[in-house]
Write a protein of this length. Structure first.
Length: 260
């Protein structure tokens, strides 16, 4: 079996920045094989898109397990779809474990239409402080992740989490965020439970971040940056039940996987 594979840097227009994802368009349905390929790729996510049905089906695998929602690998999949699979289209829909997701191509921007997270305030202040070494202002739990607000951007950038403690926190991972002077807000995302100590740019985390900051800043349109080492910029829009997350993408590599 031979499979075309694309490596795409998402939420950036320059290689070696943003968040890299592998994208494979194929009709394979073997979960064990998909997981082995994702482990071999060793990126935060590998997206598998099956186009042989009425609607494209997308699945995402981290190096160690399947995930229910992934923004950057969906953006990367749409980038490949528009530029290599169906060049005449400017909108594509994917069916996923999190329902139907769509992506629009607007010039060189790819805009994800994702479901909004449901968050509730909880008291995990002590546990988060013990894991990241800084006491948050507020803590929340969403459908997927734990979420903590910090007092300023410099504190956020200088975090050095204890991952052996962080892995025991509630939720899939921990989103940390603060306001910013240059952007409307900044964030980082830690997910050691899925083999990703720090994710470079996390589209799915912005299903939590966008409604929170939209309410705090009284603005539906915002510009955000995830301030990991690689970094990435996200164009954010808050809607009634959905969020729009826009970003650019660039191809790093196209190759071929051989499975005997």
């Amino acid at each position: 079996m031979k499979l075309d594979v694309y490596f795409v840097d998402a939420f950036t227009d320059k290689v070696f920045s943003g968040n890299p994802a592998a994208v494979i368009f194929s009709d394979i349905d073997d979960e064990n094989l998909m997981q082995k390929i994702a482990f071999e790729n060793n990126l935060s996510e590998t997206a598998f898109v099956n186009t042989n049905k009425d609607i494209n089906h997308i699945r995402w695998f981290s190096p160690i397990k399947e995930v229910d929602l992934c923004g950057h690998a969906t953006l990367a999949s749409a980038f490949i779809y528009f530029n290599y699979i169906n060049k005449g289209e400017d909108k594509v829909s994917f069916m996923s474990a999190s329902g139907e997701l769509s992506v629009r191509k607007i010039d060189d921007l790819y805009e994800l239409d994702f479901p909004k997270d449901n968050i509730k305030k909880i008291d995990m202040m002590d546990e988060v402080e013990d894991s990241i070494g800084v006491r948050p202002i507020e803590t929340y739990i969403g459908d997927i992740n734990l979420f903590a607000i910090l007092d300023n951007e410099e504190t956020l950038k200088s975090l050095n989490p204890n991952f052996s403690k962080l892995i025991n926190l509630d939720g899939q991972g921990l989103i940390v965020s603060s306001q910013s002077n240059k952007y409307d807000f900044v964030s980082r995302y830690f997910c050691p439970k899925f083999g990703i100590d720090e994710d470079p740019v996390t589209g799915s985390a912005h299903t939590t971040l966008i409604p929170y900051w939209s309410d705090k800043l009284n603005s539906a349109d915002m510009l955000a940056k995830q301030v990991s080492e690689r970094g990435g910029v996200l164009h954010c829009k808050n809607q009634d039940t959905r969020v729009l997350i826009g970003g650019k993408a660039v191809l790093y590599m196209k190759g071929e996987i051989e499975v005997n």
